[in-house]
Design a protein around this ligand. Structure first.
Ligand code: SAH
Ligand code: SF4
Length: 363
């Protein structure tokens, strides 16, 4: 994997900015000015930070340091309001970031579509790696393999680019972040968790408005539980027994269901928090009511909810999408056993922005 680099100031935390400021012989309060300009104010270039002395700005620019905001290369708008962004990194890679007005198609959606500016709540889905190494058989990102990890600056940079493009006012509009784009966040743990801190402290996203999804990297689930600032946890379960899970998620060989569910059981939940289990339904593979009954057994005793997603099909994916009544029957088994279970409405399918479709199909 190519070594990822730090480009620009974006991605530096307050402490690192303080060191930089001191190195330049500037008073420490300049670090706060930089931090506020980069994160909450989303300033695009050092030139626009008028609170900083000209000479200091010039010295930073001379070192090749500017803010380093990411550039939106292309965007595709879906009929349902979803926008898929292709965002370029400094070394010429592209990652995908998705804007979903009116939430993420989750349980509270009322089914109405939002117009361009007619929203008060939205979700941004960010990528954590260029591609993914986990190789889940139903996922288009898997077909790319993994090229490299994203830096914390590149993860935060996706959010800032979208907030700016959508002209979001963080004080007035409610935005959630889901780490559910390309890549496995827990295989890029240090950069991911640093990005979380910058988003919380800098961009002022409450931790309760962020969710990370993992395919089940068990040691990192334990570590994540110990973090003082952390998003909510979602686990991509996707199968109800080891035999099926191994077939569709090869990572199950390394961390089988017993180990994974043990980690989920031990996970230190906050007040009123639940773990989300995601379950992609594949026609005739994992979508039988008998599988649903196995899921009930697996999650017994865990404060959780289950999000059911009918497969978003795509080229090169060997599975089919189950019929709607099959999805509903699966949901019924869970609900009748007292497990909150929700069917997720696919978003932006027409532009390949839905779950598992983040591949450079058009870009
Ligand atoms: N790598 C992480 C996060 C990104 S994937 C993970 O796997 O959890 C986000 C979600 O999309 C996961 O729950 C995954 O199971 C789901 N997904 C992947 N491919 C899909 C597809 N083709 N249709 C529907 N959901 C899919
Ligand atoms: Fe990677 Fe998640 Fe896709 Fe699996 S589902 S290949 S972990 S992005």
């Amino acid at each position: 994997m190519a070594k990822e680099q730090q480009h620009g100031l974006l991605g530096l935390d307050f402490q690192e900015l303080s060191q930089l400021v001191l190195k330049h012989g500037q008073p420490e309060y300049r670090a706060r000015q930089l931090f506020d300009a980069i994160y909450p104010q989303r300033v695009a270039s050092l030139d626009s930070i008028s609170t900083l002395p000209k000479e200091f700005r010039a010295a930073l620019l001379e070192e090749g340091l500017d803010i380093g905001q990411l550039r939106i290369e292309k965007s595709f708008q879906s009929t349902d309001g979803t926008i898929r962004y292709l965002i370029a990194t400094a070394d010429g890679e592209t990652v995908e970031t998705v804007w979903m007005p009116e939430g993420d198609g989750g349980e509270s959606g009322d089914g109405t579509e939002a117009g361009e500016n007619d929203w008060n709540r939205a979700t941004i889905c960010v990528s954590s790696q260029v591609g993914c190494a986990v190789n889940c058989q139903f996922c288009l990102t898997a077909l790319l393999g993994v090229k490299r990890n994203l830096t914390a600056g590149e993860i935060v940079g996706q959010v800032l680019a979208v907030l700016s493009d959508r002209q979001v006012d963080m004080e007035r509009q409610r935005v959630n972040i889901v780490f559910m784009g390309m890549g496995e966040p827990f295989l890029n743990y240090p950069h991911f968790i640093k990005a979380v801190r910058l988003l919380a402290e800098g961009v002022r996203f409450p931790e309760s408005r962020m969710t990370v999804s993992t395919s089940g990297i068990v040691p990192r689930i334990h570590e994540f539980g110990e973090e003082p600032v952390r998003p909510k946890l979602a686990i991509s379960l996707n199968a109800s027994n080891d035999q099926v899970r191994e077939r569709i998620m090869p990572i199950n060989r390394k961390w089988p269901l017993a180990t994974l569910m043990q980690a989920a059981r031990e996970f230190p939940l906050r007040n009123r928090e639940r773990i989300t289990f995601e379950y992609v339904l594949l026609d005739g593979v994992n979508d039988d009511p008998a599988h649903a009954r196995e899921v009930v057994e697996l999650v017994r005793g865990i404060r959780c909810k289950v999000n059911l997603i009918a497969l978003n099909p795509g080229p090169g994916i060997a599975f089919g999408t189950p019929a709607e009544d099959r999805v509903k029957a699966f949901q019924q088994v869970l609900v009748q056993s007292g497990i909150p279970a929700f069917i997720r409405r696919p978003r932006g399918r027409d532009i390949y922005a839905a779950c598992g479709q983040l591949k450079r199909t058009v870009g």
